[in-house]
Design a binder for this molecule. Sequence first.
Ligand SMILES: Nc1ncnc2c1ncn2[C@@H]1O[C@H](COP(=O)(O)OP(=O)(O)OP(=O)(O)O)[C@@H](O)[C@H]1O
Ligand SMILES: [Mg+2]
Length: 219
Amino acid sequence: MILKGVDLTIKRGEYVSIVGASGSGKSTLLYLLGGLDRPDRTDENDRQFTPRSAVFIDGRNTHDLTDAQLALVRNEKIGFVFQFHYLLKEFTAAENIALPMFKLGRWSRHECMKRAVALLDRFNLASKAKRRANRLSGGEQQRVAIARALANEPAVLLADEPTGNLDRKNSEVVADIFNSLAANGQTIVIVTHDQSLAHRARRMVTMEDGSITADEALT
Ligand SMILES: Nc1ncnc2c1ncn2[C@@H]1O[C@H](COP(=O)(O)OP(=O)(O)OP(=O)(O)O)[C@@H](O)[C@H]1O
Ligand SMILES: [Mg+2]
């Protein structure tokens, strides 16, 4: 997949949705933004004809980082939410959220677990803290996944079809969570086919065939 002439800057505190037909490049763009993927290096001989593509995360060019450094930047700066939650099903809700904190090493294990329970509480799931992930409902699992994405207080929360697997009621709950996070200054980028979710963002980017064809502020 080649993204063509895409030039996108997300500022701190923005709440942006990315929409467009299936195959238009939304996920590709999101994974590039989050450093899950890197732009392909331009062939050296080609340099004068093809501009080199670059992705900056918090001012750092992902080209300049080793894979290990990029993984650290991801864990520290980026929170990901996917259509399918990818929780570790043998672990409890709280443990799933604490794991990225353990990895970061900024807090003691005890503090990590306390912070995990506090995050669950924010999403009305404190009572489920000790429940194994595979014994939670789909909507609960997605809220745990959002809490996990927020575990390390990421500079940006990226979500790919976060409501794609949820019924209307749970989709509303998730949309409300994003709204309140945005109201608290959390930077958020969501890819979604859900028009009502897309329109709750404050800026909407439309993709077509690997390009951005519209970029509008929403009121
Ligand atoms: N790993 C890959 N290798 C090669 N081509 C890919 C890869 N992933 C996606 N593509 C292609 O890139 C294009 C854009 O894919 P992408 O997943 O970004 O679309 P999308 O807008 O997220 O679509 P959807 O709404 O269906 O999720 C598609 O034509 C797809 O087939
Ligand atoms: Mg996609």
